[in-house]
Design a protein around this ligand. Structure first.
Ligand code: ZN
Length: 454
């Protein structure tokens, strides 16, 4: 019995019971598709037919092997997903989101479903994977995706999401992830993504030379040039990497913070501000959920949130407190409580900026006169997106706090965070939740800014 328990434990620890089995060797940079495809799964749940339907309610786990050639700025990826249909009806395709499709000059794209080759197609930043039939509700399928990509050189425009610059690699939204077709192009720096959380993401990255890698997960193994990371309950897994990175460490409660910075970079300032942010936000919003938090100096572009991981581009030192607080606040709003960042940016950006400005005492009037806070990122101009959704959005939430009283407001925010942990929420859900936790009528306030919701 003891031996059996030991065997089961060792299988669990080694990942031996998880499916699909993935060998420890990452793909060769030359031949990411060289691994023999799994034998067709005779027990496949997929049945013949068509329903012309996909869904966001397809929880998936991801086992990914990547080969990063830093010198040539290339990435080879094989991702094994186990997808379960919880959408309440049949689906016959996946719509996987990756910016590699838009920015990475993606080639050699291949996919199999339950061991059978299918023909994926790419449109904008979406890989559409036909399942070869219908996956019924509650059915599961194993999906393998392989591709190669090339990082942009330089961080101009949106290129910073998938780029090499300053001896650093930025890799955002590179694992093809369950999503729905969402346009990449927008007139501002809004995040054109919507991704449900995954309970398990295991990523092995082999590099062509030794280098620290800052990721959404915690590092669980190092084997030569291959580093393996595990992340749980995350809606993305991103990384930066640089052979020049130095590391600084800190703890806040049970959370281990690692700052990855370049020589001469503001490592200590990033660490100090990250610790201050976590202390404050843990108390206001609820406990940060991951065992690790990595803060990385990125190749450039905008500061950007990821689950358990944030990017700070090279910036003037006076901007560090605001940016660290804002991106750390996204750990709760976007990370723990998800939303469609493209279509309802208020739900995460206004909350993140409100938390930032509340803890820094830096509220100010927005510079744009419109009062619409219920639009998509595609509807705001470059000049007004930030001024409205972030600055004015923060003011509206602060107004709600003042009307409710701080105690009732923060209690409501914590209850909302718990109620929607791991889920995708909406702007209307947030506003109605706040409204339901107070005797004060907030709808008169919200009606001005959210005419499509009130
Ligand atoms: Zn933000």
């Amino acid at each position: 019995m003891r031996r059996l328990v030991g065997l089961i434990l060792s299988l669990l620890v080694s990942g031996g019971l998880s499916a699909p089995a993935v060998t420890a060797t990452p793909p060769s940079d030359r031949a990411p598709g060289a691994r023999a495809p799994a034998a067709p799964n005779v027990a496949s749940a997929i049945v013949a037919g068509r329903v012309n339907r996909t869904s966001l309610f397809l929880p998936a786990t991801y086992e990914v092997r990547a080969s990063l050639n830093f010198a040539s700025a290339r990435l080879s990826v094989i991702s094994y997903m186990v997808v379960t249909n919880r959408s309440g009806g049949g689906v016959d395709r996946l719509e996987l989101n990756t910016v590699a499709a838009r920015l990475g000059a993606m080639t050699d794209l291949e996919a199999t479903v339950d061991g059978r080759a299918v023909s994926p197609t790419v449109s904008d930043q979406t890989i559409r994977v036909p399942l070869g039939g219908v996956l019924p509700d509650d059915g599961s399928a194993s999906v393998r995706i392989a591709f190669r990509a090339r990082f942009r050189i330089g961080v101009a425009g949106h290129n910073y999401l998938f780029a090499k610059h300053n001896s650093t690699i930025n890799a955002y939204r590179w694992i093809p992830w369950i999503s729905r077709a969402t346009p990449f192009d927008r007139p501002n720096f809004g995040d054109p993504f919507v991704t449900p959380a995954s309970r398990s993401v295991r990523v092995a990255i082999r590099t062509d030379q030794p280098m620290p890698i800052a990721t959404s997960g915690r590092r669980v193994a190092v084997d030569g040039l291959t580093q393996t990371f595990l992340a749980t309950n995350v809606r993305d897994f991103n990384f930066t990497a640089s052979p020049l990175y130095r590391r600084l460490y800190g703890m806040v409660g049970q959370t281990r913070i690692t700052v990855f910075h370049l020589p001469g970079g503001p490592g200590q300032a990033l660490l100090d501000e990250t610790k201050a942010s976590l202390y404050r936000l843990n108390a206001l919003v609820g406990q940060y959920p991951h065992p690790t938090y990595t803060v990385a100096q990125s190749a450039g572009g905008y500061a950007l949130e990821s689950p358990g991981h944030v990017w700070l581009p090279p910036v003037e030192s006076w901007r560090v407190p605001y940016l660290v607080r804002h991106e750390t606040a996204h750990q709760w709003f976007y990370g723990i409580v998800g939303n469609d960042q493209a279509r309802e940016p208020f739900a995460d950006e206004a909350m993140a900026d409100f938390l930032t400005r509340y803890t820094l005492g830096s509220f100010r009037q927005g510079a744009c006169s419109s009062s619409r806070l219920d639009l998509t990122i595609y509807d705001y101009s470059s000049a007004c997106y930030y001024e409205l959704v972030y600055v004015k959005g923060a003011n509206v939430l602060n107004d709600a706090r003042r009307r409710m009283g701080s105690e009732a407001f923060w209690s409501a925010v914590r209850a909302y965070t718990q109620a929607y942990e791991g889920k995708l929420s909406h702007t209307g859900t947030l506003l109605r939740f706040l409204d339901s936790r107070t005797g004060v009528n907030l709808s008169t306030l919200f009606r001005t800014y959210f005419p499509s919701l009130y």
